[in-house]
Design a protein around this ligand. Structure first.
Ligand code: GDD
Ligand code: MG
Length: 361
């Protein structure tokens, strides 16, 4: 079985992190986002993953080459010259997908996290026997997603409305599909949207079925949602793989620490904290609801909360970084500073306080 991961887009909402690497390679809980997906696909028998890409393909490919061998999955790239939207890339990958004309294929948005109950989805797709299956989940704020109205008994989708301006329902498209290759006959090789052009069409024809996703789900394409996604993911680890999480008197709630990180005396970590490889926390550091990428150094008594700290940053002694601050790669914050909600571009030295959210260029 094959899978297409929609990797395009410039990841603008995840800047400044995406100024250093493409969004799918940004680590989520100490693993590049896209690896969570490829591993889940491999686990249900997918043997080729096609990355639909329109930005920085070289970086992606050289990274994934290494994992191709490790994971035993063929990883290929389908590169767009112009952005083809969410459906156009399937037309571009048509030849590859038609190598197995009778087998359905997966399509995934690259910026989501969940438990990936893909086996259940394959069963669901087989059982209803129609052209397309999508996973749906329930959210409180449906307007920023694709809303799906379904027949609760049969799972047949009655209506698909992308980013509705009036309330249609609160079940939304989770960005995971199984499609039969026949759908390729309806997708032209030009910028086309699955959500605006194709799904409403096949829903009308009664060919689209939706399965309600078990467990947690989050679109992690925005820093605030990324941090919520981490919280949900760590809670999932706590329920299912508790040994993956840190334990001890200095740990509060769910905390994931890479084994190469050094934690000083008297630190207090948690809840909902991820500490990446080669991080060094000096004594008395306080971390809550935050992610430190690889090689971050936090000097003594500094405090990081509700923030994402990019690769190889330094947080000075007694400094405080808070409220969805996102520090790009290699940013150095001087001692005792207060940074509130800032987005700092890579390779900066910060020498003054920032008391309200702004972009530091
Ligand atoms: N190859 C390629 N080319 N990929 C693209 C392109 C493109 O031109 N445009 C977007 N993508 C990829 C993005 O990288 C992402 O993985 C996926 O398609 C969805 O695009 P987003 O920009 O993240 O869309 P969204 O979050 O506003 O909405 C989508 O996801 C929601 C769930 O998170 C829609 O699918 C909604 O219906 C859905 O509810
Ligand atoms: Mg998204």
């Amino acid at each position: 079985m094959k899978a297409v991961i929609l990797v395009g887009g410039f990841g603008t909402r995840m800047r400044p992190l995406t100024l250093s690497k493409p969004k799918p390679l940004v680590e989520f809980a100490n693993k590049p986002m896209i690896l969570h997906q490829i591993e889940a696909l491999k686990a249900v028998g997918v043997n080729e993953v096609i990355l639909a890409i329109n930005y920085q393909p070289q970086v992606m490919l050289s990274f994934l080459e290494e994992h191709e061998l490790k994971l035993g999955v063929k990883i290929t790239c389908s590169q767009e010259i112009e952005a083809l939207g969410t459906a156009g890339p399937l037309a571009l990958a048509r030849e590859k997908l038609l190598e197995e004309p009778d087998k359905p294929f997966f399509v995934l948005n690259s910026d989501i996290t969940c438990e990936y109950p893909l086996k259940e989805m394959i069963e669901f797709h087989k059982t209803h026997g129609e052209e397309a299956s999508i996973m749906v989940t329930q959210v409180d704020e449906p307007s920023k997603y694709g809303v799906v109205v379904l027949d609760e008994d049969t799972g047949r989708v009655k209506k698909f409305v992308e980013k509705p301006t009036v309330f249609v329902g609160n079940k939304i498209n989770a960005g995971i599909y199984i499609l039969n290759t026949t759908i390729l006959n309806q997708i032209p090789l030009q910028p086309t949207s699955l959500e605006r052009d194709i799904f409403p069409l096949i829903a009308n024809e009664g060919k689209l079925h939706a399965m309600v996703l078990r467990g947690f789900w989050m679109d992690i394409g925005h820093p605030k949602d990324y941090l919520t996604g981490v919280t949900l993911y760590l809670d999932h680890l706590w329920r299912n793989f508790p040994s993956a999480l840190a334990k001890g008197p200095n740990i509060i709630g769910n905390v994931l620490i890479d084994k190469t990180a050094e934690i000083g005396e008297g630190c207090l970590l948690g809840p909902d904290v991820v500490v990446g490889p080669d991080c060094v926390l000096q004594s008395g550091v306080r971390l809550s609801r935050c992610t430190l990428m690889k090689g971050v150094r936090v000097n003594s008594s500094a405090h990081v909360s509700g923030s994402i700290i990019g690769w190889h940053c330094t947080i000075g002694q007694s400094a405080q970084v808070t409220s969805i601050a996102v520090l790009g790669e290699d940013v150095h914050v001087s001692d005792t500073l207060y940074l509130n909600g800032v987005a700092v571009l890579p390779h900066k030295e910060i020498r003054s306080h920032y008391t309200k959210p702004e972009i530091v260029m």
